[in-house]
Design a protein around this ligand. Sequence first.
Ligand code: ADP
Ligand code: MG
Length: 249
Amino acid sequence: MQQNAFSSEPIVSLRDVQKSFGPLKVLDGVSFAVDRGEVLAIIGRSGSGKSTALRCIDRFEKVDGGEIVVCGHRVDRPDVNLRALRQDVGIVFQSYNLFPHLTIEQNIALAPCAVKKMATGQAKELARKVLAQVGLEEKLHAYPEQLSGGQQQRAAIARSLAMQPKVMLFDEVTSALDPELTGEVLKVIEQLAADGMTMVMVTHEMGFAKSIADRIVFMHRGKVHETGPASILTSPTTPELIQFVGTGN
Ligand code: ADP
Ligand code: MG
């Protein structure tokens, strides 16, 4: 199935997704959808299944049941084209995972050259462009260890952008950072959202979720316990979400 500018298909859709690790049921009938250009924030207590839900979208985890469609790819099916799926989906985790022995430019150019067979010169040009997008042009030739945590995370985002994904997934990308460094990373994500990038982000930054998310999914014990526009964070209805936003975590 091909996505086009006039398509009304969601970019990401999960329907009744089930996932267990041994006897532990981690996703118990999870459903949500993300339209083109939408920002969805997944919130919830630690262990509620947020990361697992995100990892199922990119098929880092296989689901036991239910349906997942991402940019037209049937992710729940065994014959899904993983290479094509992963070109459409960018994912950034809490730890930046930049290769320490490569410069930032080399880190960014690696996948476009290896996966998309892009010429070196073109990949270098692309690296410059995506680094400018995250405000790090001057770090092109630096090594990861020469960058602050916030800068490394921005470089990791740039590396994902170089693959020109149709949707970006963020899993607690600021939780390993010192508080004074989270702002610069959130700003980059905010700009991406403003530019129309479709994204799903797991975050514990409630203020940030409230300000940029079109929709919130509150997960509790492997289920979507409450969902709605960002205003549900100000006016939660279930006791669990009331308690969650009340305690801040
Ligand atoms: P969250 O991101 O909301 O903190 P996770 O999705 O990481 O939650 O985890 C949900 C539950 O699944 C937790 O109890 C966690 O320990 C368990 N879990 C996650 N990944 C695995 C795994 N690969 N093997 C076994 N248990 C796992
Ligand atoms: Mg998690």
